[in-house]
Structure formats: structure tokens, C-alpha cells
Ligand binder design. Structure first.
Ligand code: MCN
Ligand code: FES
Length: 918
């Protein structure tokens, strides 16, 4: 310990510290300045950026003892207050720069340092600055952040004023369709928005810290667990194993289809007999400090008998592969597609037939905030678990029996969340927290390191999909045949559902009357499959959209025109036989056609030695909703000061607070309320069950539920003369003040496991992708230099939100296409090595074109948006690579070495094809 004085935000702060402690930890733990976020803890994400003598420094990388000599440390808390914001904080809110907001303080501090030196940077200088300082954002696609810096610079030069960017209500009194700021924006830009690790700082002093004992192998029998040495370690209160869990010690996957050969109880909370994947939780150490818990976790001995590990779908299907879950075959679910006539005779006679077999990767989510949470037993005796859950009521049902807690004795609460992109559709940490809290009967907290976050949360399930397309000589699609498997890792939850997605989306967008297909879900020992934005559709479109490109070439047709010719039009149905709710694919192609023609001409004219440019196209479609019957609840209550809305529209970072506010404000227009008179109470299991924030369903489902509850309230307030009762009138007349609305979808059912036919979704989102790429012929490195997209997500509820969703989704699509992977357990263990795109990996030149076709069942005509941009940007990029240099890549990520291999094959006069299994 040492006494040092550090100068923070202009004030000398004497501290007694461990001099080796990192500055970030001292700021957070001792000064409670939690605006400095710690996400990667190794200088790769920039969320901890503070200024030291005006330079941006990653506080997670430097010891505090370095700064006891009068250096001026400035944190986000020191640059602006809600009453007097820094220009960057003003413009960040205006451009929707803070989605989840976990990167926001770091970016703003980094940008401040740049603008303090240069108030006239170019956009490229801003991007290069962020790149050099390793400021990463997973939500925004970076463009809105560059926009914010450019406008802040203009304010600092005196060319613009902060007032131009202030919160405004449009003249028509409606915030619907505007760029109104999200309610959480101010807290996010000032660093006062508390994420889970910040909540831990505010837990009571008797809180215990947890550390996991995890599997270091991928498949093994457990012969014994010896915790005796760990239990003697300083500060250790208890080592918790399966023996301490009172319930079934399993998380139920809530199996969707009865034809699933498993029972859905295959994921243990803490492993008992077997290890199913690397990282599996075997025990939990509860200790007085994090350091003590982690040190003791290292001392728990696990005696294992190693079993063969099946690390991909091919290996687990080998005839000699043993059953990973004894008694359940490794192929545990099958899905068929039978639509129209038998395809074999059609294929035999067709003018053109092509086949594309692709492999979509185990894409890691790379949300910046590591998984985290806390648990305690509330005054009412209810076990309360706070986490990043985006499916509170769903997770409640999934973990209650495993913990052995009656439903009424378990409450889940969502913490402010730093991005999930779907991994939190699965309960990850919740049951472990609950089990530990019950075992020690004290509050507990658990914050994963970024290593644990990457290696022990679910991933996108790899998909091997084969598509055969047949067309006549004019390019009219006649038939499609598909064959696929999904590697869903060891745990079955939602694996069958994901497998059905291939039936729903392979070939979607086109009028294909005759389809035959067969798919299966395969259990493997690699990372468990969880939801990931666009869930299931990237696997499907990778195959069918490359097949469309191959078909266009075979027929000598323009790839856009082939798509246009076959696009859904009245009379067509989806691959599942559903009539689309609107016909917009042809219109989107028309909208983007001039850009496509310009891009083709631009790429052809490009003439730089050693480089080639190309343009690609694809269409992507995704459904809003959980398959089949689905519903959502919300409530509206009149109060003395306005209206309170209750819902559980969980927020990944997409902006459910603003969605809730906008739907309520619009519907309650007759009351003439200001937005600030609408109070939001959200995201605990005490709120109405709005369903999980997955399947881009919330804007439609929860939006409708909010609208309904507000309409019910208005009805109750309406007087016979058409005016409205006041709060006082309602109380005086004894009229109930709260109205719970439940919106239930009309006309949907699950698809049939044999035929794949049905009407799974009420509403779809549609998007066309046109990226331009540059291929370095020397190295094989591919850069996306421009991205144009045309989207129809129905009526836009908030423009900044929807723009931000699309930019961010496209950026993830670029990552999926070119860099991101979680395959090598030794290498893919940090953000950088997993291929997280930084600002200069994403083009600044991104252009979004909208059609706003109102959806019949959508609230105010809206669809969802969250997943549309990640449905199919990657096949368009792979098609663009082919257009640029003639190398056909059939798997992602298209790493430089693969492209280079293709170029070498081409140079040797061989087919330049990189197959799915290579
Ligand atoms: N919206 C709108 N107008 C529309 C459609 C949507 O303004 N026509 C707004 C909504 O009000 C909401 C947002 O767009 O604020 C997304 O709405 P929706 O598509 O209904 O999606 P959900 O609210 O159900 O959110 C989930 C969705 C999914 S499934 C993933 S995964 C996802 C995503 O959205 N993960 C995200 N977006 C994300 N954004 C961030 N920043 N971080 C994540 O982890
Ligand atoms: Fe940047 Fe979420 S807003 S990581």
C-alpha cells in the first residue's frame, strides 16, 4: 500500500492504494468514477479511455502509481454536466451515437483529445484517430460517431450552435418518425449510466464475489471434484458444486417441436458427470474479494476422463462418433421442406442448374460489455437476479426448476446492458448467480473477464447449407433443392428453431413454386449455439444468394435483373408457403438499381495496379416475432403528473426506452402530454410480460401492446362529450387508473416439421445489399469501400434509431464476411483476434435508402429493424469479391489467405473456388 495524490478533474485526490493497481480500477473502485468502463482489460476496446495531460490513455493498461506527480487526469465526469454539456456530448445524443452506450465515455474522451488539438479534422482523420487509439464500438457502425465529431468540431469553431442539436419536438407535436433522443442518452454521454459492473460497485458491503471453476477440455467424464484446498484459501466462504443445487440443476431449453429427440434438459447449471464443452462451469467459489475468489478457483481440482471431442458438424456425424448426451443421437432434430411438385424431374429438364454449398461461421457476438450480474434475497424473501437478460420472463421459466425455486420466489431484473446481439436470449450467468446466492445466503456478484465472456457464452451456430437452383432459359426460377445441417454445440436450447430458419429463409424473396429440402441439428462439443442477430438467416442466405449469383452468370444475366425477375409479386408465396404481408422486394430492387449501375461502372473503371474492385448484390429478409402464436403485454397508468408505462421491452442497446416513449406519446396525443410527463417502468419480471427482445419482434409486438394499453386508458378517460377526464376526475369517479393491454398476433402458426409449410410471422423486414469491395491481389486482403442498402422496415418510429440499427448491422455483416470467427480455442480468445472491426474496417461511405410500406398488423404501420441488416450483407460481399477478381469463396470469414489461395488457383489456371470445407 502506498499513499499517493492523483489529480482528477482538477482536484487533488489523496489515496491509499496498491501502487500496481490499474488506474481504471482505482478510478472505479476507490473514487467510484464508473464513467471509466472496463470491458476488455487489455487495451483493445478503448472504453476506459481517460485523458492524461491531454493525451488519450487506456486506464486499464497503466498502473496508478505512474500518475502521482501532478499529471492532470480528466475523466468523462470532468468534461460536462447535464446543464452544461461538452459539444461532443450534445452531438453524440443528436446522432444516436450512444446505442448501448458502453463505448460512449471512451469515445468522447478520445474525440475530445483530438478536437482540443485540431478543431478542423477531416472525416478520415477522425476515423484514423479512433483506429489508432483502438476505440471500438459494436453497435453503431462508426458513421454516426464520425458525424458527431464533425458537428462538435463545427460547434467548437463557432460555425454551428449546440441549440441546433438540442432535443426538439417537431411542429406537429409528434415525435414519431423524428430523431428525438432516447431517454437514456443524457446519462450515457455523461458516463452516469450504470452497467452491471457499475451496479456491483453499489452492492452492500457483505456482498460476496464469485469466480468460476471451468472446464479446460471440450469433452470428458468428471470422476471427481476436490475443493478442499480452495476452501482453505483466504477470504473463501464456500465452493459451490452441483451438490449444493436444490433443483434439477439443469436449464430447460423449452423444446419447441415434439419431434426433437432430446428432452431439452441437457444444459447443467454446474456440471455433475460430464463436461460438454470448453469453459463449462463446474464449481463456483464465493469469497470476500474478486482476487480471492479467482485465486481459489485455480485450486479446485477436477479429475477427468477425456473423451473424443467433436468440434464441428462433420465430426459429430461420423458413424463412429459417440453420443455427446448418452441416449440422444448427435443428430437430434430434422426438418423437411415439401412445397409444390417434385423437384427432381424439373431439375433434370431445366435450362440452367447451379449448386452452392456454403459454410457460415461460428460468429462471436463481440458485445463489448462482458457478461455480468448480481443476486440477492430481497426483503420480501424473493431471490432477485440482476443481469443482462433480454428475455426476463422466458429466463424465469428456464431456470426456476433447475434452481428448485417456486416461480413466485424468483424475480429477474435487467441491468443497463452494453450490447448482446442475441447471446442473452439464452440465460448465461443467471442460474449460477441464483445457485450461489441460495448456497451462501448473502448477496453475490459475478463479472466475467473478456476471456470468459468470449469463450463461455453462446455463439452463432455454424451452418452448412447446400442450395440447388433450377431456372428456365429466361431466368425464371423453376425449383429449389436444399440440404443443410446446423452445428448447435452441446446444448439443444433453440437448436430446432434455428434449424427451421433454413427452411424459412433459404431462397426467400423469390417466387419459387417447387421446393424440396432436408435439414438437421447436430450436437457438437464446440461452443453452444445461442441466438445471434438475424438468427438463422445468415446461414441460409449465404447459400441461396451465392447460388443466385452463380445462376445469373450461367444464364448471362445481370445479377440484379435475375433477382428482379423472380422477386415476390402477388401470387408468390414464401418458401414456407405464406403470402407475404407486403410485396416490396421488386420495389427495393428498383430503388437501388441506379446505385447498382453506378457502382458497376465505377468498379469497371477502377484502375490501380495490384488492386481490383467489384460490386455484389443480395437480398435479405427476416420475420418479426417468435414463430407462430406470439403475444406481448404492457400497461398504462394515469398518475397525478402524467402517465406511467409498464413493460418488459428489454434493451440490448437498441433503444427500447425510446420505442416505449414514442408509442405512448403518439397514442396519448389527445392528452397533450410532454414526453417528460410519460414515466417508464421497465424490465423486471414484475412488469407485464412483453416477451423476449429477440426476433426483431418488440417494435411490432410491444409497440402494439403499448398502443393498446394507452387506447384502453384513453377510452376510460373519455367523457360523453368527447373531452377527457383529469386524474382528479378519475379518482373522484372511482374509475381504475391502470390498464393492462395484451396484443396477440393474428393468423400465424409454426411451420410443419415434415413439409416446412406454415405462416410463422405476421410481418417481415426486407433489405437489399450492394457493397463495393477492393481486393489486394498481392495479399488477398479485402476492404469494403462503399455500402449502399435499400430497406423497408415499415413506418419508421425513430429515424436515428433505425439508421443506427442499419449502420451497426452492416458493420457486423462486414465482420461476418471478412474477419470474425470463434473456432480456434487458443487464438479466438480476445476481441482483436476474434476479428472485431475497428473504424477503418468499416466504410464511412454507407448510404441507406428507405421505402416505408405500412404493415397491416404493425403499430402505426411499423415492422422491426434490428436483424434486417445482418441477414445477407455477407453473401453480397462474397459476390463482390467474385466480381472483382473471379475468386468464388463459399465460406466465411473470407480471410486474406483464402482469397489469396483462390487467386493463386486462378493464376495456375485451376477453378478459383474455395469450398465450404477447406
Ligand atoms: N424501430 C423503429 N422503427 C421501425 C422498427 C424499429 O424505430 N420501423 C426501433 C425500435 O423502436 C427499437 C429498435 O428500432 O428501438 C429495434 O426494434 P426491433 O427491430 O423491434 O428489435 P427489438 O427491440 O426486439 O430488439 C432486438 C433486436 C435484436 S433481435 C438484436 S439481436 C439486437 C438488435 O435488435 N441486438 C442489438 N439491435 C441491437 N442494437 C444494439 N445496439 N445492441 C444489440 O445488442
Ligand atoms: Fe458503442 Fe454499444 S454504442 S458499443
Amino acid at each position: 500500500m502506498k499513499r499517493i495524490i492523483i489529480n482528477v478533474n482538477g482536484v487533488d485526490r489523496p489515496l491509499i492504494v496498491d501502487p500496481a493497481k490499474k488506474l481504471a480500477d482505482v478510478l472505479r473502485d476507490q473514487l467510484l468514477m464508473t464513467g471509466c468502463k472496463v470491458c476488455c482489460d487489455n487495451g483493445q476496446c478503448g472504453t476506459c479511455t481517460v485523458l492524461i495531460d491531454d493525451k488519450p490513455i487506456k486506464a486499464c493498461m497503466v498502473p496508478v502509481s505512474k500518475y502521482g506527480n501532478g499529471e492532470k487526469i480528466v475523466t468523462i465526469e470532468g468534461i460536462g454536466t447535464p446543464e452544461k454539456l461538452h459539444p461532443l456530448q450534445v452531438t453524440w445524443m443528436h446522432h444516436g451515437g450512444a446505442q448501448c452506450g458502453v463505448c460512449t465515455p471512451g469515445f468522447i474522451m478520445s474525440a475530445k483529445s483530438l478536437l482540443d488539438k485540431n478543431t478542423s479534422p477531416t472525416r478520415e482523420e477522425v476515423r484514423t484517430w479512433f483506429n489508432r487509439n483502438r476505440n471500438a464500438c459494436r453497435c453503431t457502425g462508426y458513421k454516426p460517431l464520425t458525424d458527431a465529431v464533425m458537428d462538435a468540431a463545427a460547434i467548437m469553431r463557432g460555425e454551428k450552435t449546440p441549440e441546433e442539436f438540442a432535443q426538439k419536438i417537431p411542429d406537429n407535436g409528434s415525435i414519431l418518425g423524428s430523431k428525438y433522443h432516447r431517454p437514456s442518452a443524457l446519462a450515457k454521454v455523461t458516463g452516469t449510466w450504470d452497467f452491471g459492473a457499475d451496479v456491483v460497485q453499489h452492492m452492500p458491503p457483505d456482498t460476496l464475489h464469485l469466480a468460476l471453476v471451468q472446464a479446460k477440455v471440450s469433452h470428458a467424464n468428471i470422476k471427481g471434484i476436490d475443493s478442499s484446498e480452495a476452501e482453505k484459501m483466504p477470504g473463501v466462504i464456500k465452493v459451490i458444486t452441483w451438490k449444493d443445487i436444490k433443483g434439477k440443476n439443469a436449464i430447460t431449453g423449452l423444446i419447441t417441436f415434439p419431434t426433437n429427440k432430446g428432452d431439452g434438459w441437457d444444459r447443467p447449471i454446474l456440471c455433475k458427470d460430464k463436461i460438454f464443452q470448453f469453459g463449462d462451469a463446474i464449481a463456483v467459489v464465493a469469497a470476500e474479494t474478486v482476487e480471492q475468489a479467482r485465486a481459489a478457483a485455480e485450486k479446485v481440482k477436477v479429475d477427468v476422463e477425456i473423451l473424443p471431442a467433436y468440434m464441428d458438424g462433420w465430426a459429430a456425424q461420423e458413424p463412429d462418433a459417440i453420443e455427446i448426451h448418452p441416449g440422444v443421437p448427435n443428430v437430434y432434430y430434422e426438418q423437411g421442406v415439401i412445397k409444390g411438385e417434385d423437384t427432381a424431374p424439373i431439375m433434370a429438364k431445366a435450362a440452367a442448374v447451379v449448386e452452392a454449398e456454403t459454410l457460415c461461421s461460428r460468429q462471436p457476438h463481440l458485445h463489448l460489455e462482458p457478461d455480468c450480474g448480481c443476486a440477492y434475497i430481497d426483503d420480501d424473501g424473493v431471490l432477485t437476479i440482476q443481469s443482462k437478460s433480454i428475455g426476463l420472463h422466458l429466463h424465469h421459466a428456464m431456470i426456476c426448476p433447475g434452481l428448485g425455486v417456486p416461480p413466485e420466489k424468483l424475480r429477474l431484473v435487467q441491468n443497463a446492458t452494453g450490447g448482446t446481439f442475441g447471446y442473452k436470449f439464452s440465460p448465461t450467468i443467471e442460474a449460477i448467480l441464483g445457485a450461489a446466492c441460495l448456497a451462501v445466503q448473502r448477496p453475490v456478484s459475478l463479472v466475467y473477464t473478456q476471456y470468459q465472456n468470449i469463450t463461455y457464452t453462446g455463439k452463432r451456430s455454424p451452418g452448412n447449407v447446400k442450395t440447388r437452383l433450377a431456372a428456365d432459359a429466361e431466368g425464371r426460377l423453376l425449383a429449389m433443392e436444399t440440404d443443410w445441417w446446423i452445428d448447435h454445440g452441446p446444448y439443444s436450447e433453440f437448436g430446432d428453431l434455428l434449424t427451421t430458419r433454413q427452411a424459412q429463409f433459404t431462397g426467400a424473396g423469390y417466387d419459387i413454386r417447387n421446393i424440396r429440402g432436408k435439414g438437421k441439428t447436430v450436437c457438437t462439443n464446440h461452443a453452444w449455439g445461442s441466438a445471434f442477430r438475424a438468427y438463422g438467416s445468415p446461414q441460409a442466405f449465404l447459400s441461396s444468394e451465392i447460388a443466385m449469383d452463380m445462376l445469373a452468370e450461367k444464364l448471362g444475366m445481370d445479377p440484379l435483373e435475375l433477382r428482379y425477375k423472380n422477386a415476390y409479386r402477388p401470387g408468390a408465396t414464401t418458401p414456407t408457403g405464406q403470402v407475404p404481408e407486403v410485396f416490396v422486394v421488386d420495389k427495393l430492387l428498383n430503388l437501388i438499381r441506379p446505385k447498382w449501375e453506378e457502382a458497376k461502372a465505377r468498379c469497371k473503371a477502377f484502375n490501380v495496379p495490384g488492386k481490383k474492385r467489384g460490386v455484389g448484390i443480395s437480398i435479405g429478409i427476416y420475420g418479426c416475432g417468435l414463430d407462430g402464436p406470439d403475444s406481448a403485454g404492457a400497461a398504462a397508468e394515469l398518475t397525478a403528473t402524467g402517465v406511467t408505462i409498464y413493460d418488459a421491452w428489454q434493451d440490448h442497446g437498441q433503444g427500447s426506452d425510446l420505442g416505449t416513449l414514442t408509442f405512448a406519446h403518439e397514442t396519448l396525443k389527445p392528452l397533450d402530454l410532454k414526453p417528460e410527463q410519460i414515466k417508464l417502468v421497465m424490465n423486471t419480471t414484475d412488469c407485464p410480460n412483453s416477451g423476449p427482445a429477440g426476433g426483431s419482434r418488440s417494435n411490432v409486438f410491444v409497440g402494439n401492446a403499448i398502443k393498446l394499453s394507452c387506447e384502453m386508458l384513453l377510452n376510460a378517460m373519455k367523457k360523453p362529450d368527447g373531452t377527457y377526464r383529469t386524474y382528479k376526475d378519475m379518482v373522484a369517479e372511482n374509475i381504475p387508473l391502470r390498464y393492462d393491454g395484451k396484443w396477440v398476433v393474428q393468423g400465424c402458426n409454426e411451420i410443419d416439421p415434415v413439409t416446412g409449410q406454415g405462416n410463422p410471422f405476421p410481418i417481415y423486414m426486407y433489405e437489399v445489399f450492394v457493397p463495393e469491395v477492393e481486393v489486394d491481389l498481392e495479399t488477398g486482403k479485402v476492404t469494403v469501400v462503399k455500402f449502399t442498402t435499400a430497406a423497408d422496415v415499415g413506418t419508421i418510429i425513430n429515424r436515428a434509431t433505425v439508421d443506427g440499427q442499419i449502420y451497426g448491422g452492416l458493420a457486423q455483416g462486414i465482420g461476418l464476411a471478412l474477419t470474425e470467427d470463434f473456432d480456434d480455442l487458443k487464438k479466438h480468445t480476445n476481441l482483436l483476434d476474434c476479428g472485431l472491426p475497428y473504424p477503418r474496417d468499416i466504410p464511412d461511405d454507407m448510404e441507406i435508402m428507405y421505402l416505408e410500406t405500412p404493415r397491416p398488423q404493425g403499430p402505426y404501420g411499423a415492422a422491426g429493424v434490428g436483424e434486417a441488416p445482418l441477414t445477407a450483407p455477407h453473401p453480397a460481399i462474397l459476390n463482390a469479391i467474385y466480381n472483382a477478381c473471379g475468386v468464388r469463396i463459399l465460406k466465411v470469414p473470407a480471410l486474406p489467405e483464402l482469397v489469396k489461395k483462390g487467386l493463386d488457383l486462378k493464376a495456375a489456371g485451376k477453378p478459383a473456388i474455395i469450398p465450404a470445407r477447406s
